[in-house]
Design a binder for this molecule. Structure first.
Ligand code: ATP
Ligand code: MG
Length: 437
């Protein structure tokens, strides 16, 4: 019986897996440029962690968590996001004690949400993120927003829209919720069941509704910006100005509230602005300021700011719009036409891999023409051919599979010559790319 992958999961294979690795390494490398240290927390956490942090009025807690009782009867949840686990870890390991504030961590790893699978939306997906805790400042908020922007441009994405908003301080937010409740009460009969629940638990959540009819009603709702205190307004404008100074344009979106309950103050999202020929996959990433999260999970009342980007969504956009790079392929395919040559090739392949080349070779005898076809199919740049003559002369033949040029190389000099052949090959590729543009 064939067993299918679990709905909403996907296998990431070969070139696509390379792309994911490239994105994740780029992301972690950039975070480290800003002084963030890596943190790896467990995929499973006690369920109350998410109830308290992500929040009981969020869609994630209400309908999307993978929660089960373990064999000891404890309620366990597969993490739907990583911020809560990072906060829990800061508390469990007392990472705040004697620390130079802010403490800054970056992470990448899988998350699980029971959502309806569609373009850019999976039940297991990967997030990259950063958290900076303990030294609230508009510069700190701007730094985190700029890290996401830095990542997007490093992986070749232009046309990025950065949306920003402020959820204000507690008093502004409370006043705003009253105004929203009053407005939505008049329309709630026509709205989705989730919004009916949200009106009672947290009317802010309604602004995040993705049902088209509800979005129309949301358009007429009171705007957060009209309820912000002067201090919150000045803070938001300062963050916008700091970013503008380093060339990052932002756009205020008064309906931007984000899907998690813990945000206070500045919130933001990154969107890919070009839409033609590309699926609507929602935000590439987002985040915001949180004033009470660490205290909520048992730590000191340090404020923080965080960012999370969806690796699947980034990979999708890179694949769709950035010139797809050549598959990496292999450097040299070593042909073995006889058992004796195959026997010698094994050690030669081992030696050349040690010198840093990507090498493949065959273990079952085949004809030269069939091996050359294999080498081409595998995107090998060169074939290394060793016959009776070559063995006698202590040399190998190296064939460029694109130009068909063949050179003979003495074994003594092999490593150096192969390096210069590969360098010349890449130099040639770059010239070709330049011509095409
Ligand atoms: P959305 O509004 O698209 O549902 P969200 O508000 O739930 O996003 P966060 O919880 O802040 O998003 O997660 C940060 C990022 O993780 C998102 O911007 C997105 O890129 C990615 N992400 C969230 N949910 C999924 C999912 N189910 N599949 C793939 N990526 C996701
Ligand atoms: Mg969501």
């Amino acid at each position: 019986m064939e067993i299918n992958p679990v709905k909403g999961t996907h296998d990431i294979i070969a070139d696509e897996a390379n792309l994911y690795t490239m994105i994740e390494q780029t992301a972690m490398g950039i975070a480290q440029l800003y002084g963030y240290k890596e943190i790896r927390t467990p995929v499973i956490e006690h369920t109350p962690l998410f109830l308290r942090s992500v929040g009981e009025s969020s869609d994630i807690v209400n309908k999307e968590m993978y929660t089960f009782d373990d064999k000891g009867g404890r309620s366990i949840t597969l993490r739907p996001e990583l911020t809560a686990g990072v906060m829990r870890s800061i508390v469990s390991n007392k990472l705040y004690a004697n620390a130079d504030l802010p403490i800054k961590y970056c992470y990448v790893g899988p998350c699980f949400r029971y959502e309806r699978p569609q373009a850019g939306r999976y039940r297991q997906f990967n997030q990259f993120g950063v958290e900076a805790v303990g030294a609230p400042s508009c510069y700190q908020d701007a730094e985190v927003i700029s890290i996401g922007h830095h990542l997007l441009s490093s992986i070749g994405l232009r046309n990025i829209k950065v949306l920003i908003n402020s959820l204000g301080d507690e008093e502004s937010r409370a006043n705003y919720k009253v105004a929203l409740k009053e407005y939505f009460s008049k329309h709630i009969d026509k709205m989705c069941p989730d919004c009916k629940r949200r009106l009672e638990t947290n009317p802010l959540r309604i602004l995040d509704c993705k049902v088209p009819e509800d979005i129309e009603i949301v358009k007429g709702a009171p705007k957060m910006t009209d309820y912000l205190s002067d201090a919150s307004k000045a803070y938001l404008n300062k963050v916008i100005a700091i970013l503008k100074d380093i060339g990052i344009e932002t756009e205020i979106d008064t309906n931007l509230v984000r899907g998690l309950d813990y945000y206070t103050g500045v919130v933001f999202e990154y969107h890919f602005a070009k839409t033609d020929g590309i699926d609507n996959i929602g935000a590439l990433g987002g985040g915001g300021h949180y004033a009470n999260l660490l205290a909520e999970v048992g730590g000191p009342s340090y404020e923080g700011i965080g960012l999370a980007m969806g690796v699947e969504r980034l990979a999708y956009i890179v694949k769709s719009v950035v010139n797809p790079k050549l598959p990496i392929g292999i450097d040299f395919y070593i042909l073995g036409m006889t058992e004796q040559i195959i026997d010698q090739n094994f050690a030669l392949a081992d030696y050349l891999r040690g010198a840093g080349f990507i090498i493949e070779t065959n273990y079952a005898t085949k004809s030269m023409s069939s091996l050359l076809k294999t080498a081409l199919r595998k995107n090998a740049k060169f074939a290394i051919i060793i016959g009776e003559d070559e063995i006698a002369k202590k040399e190998v033949a190296v064939k460029n599979l694109k130009t068909q040029d063949q050179t003979y190389v003495k074994l003594d000099d092999l490593e150096n010559v192969l390096h210069s052949l590969i360098n010349a090959y890449y130099a040639d590729e770059m010239k070709l790319e330049g011509k095409e543009e």
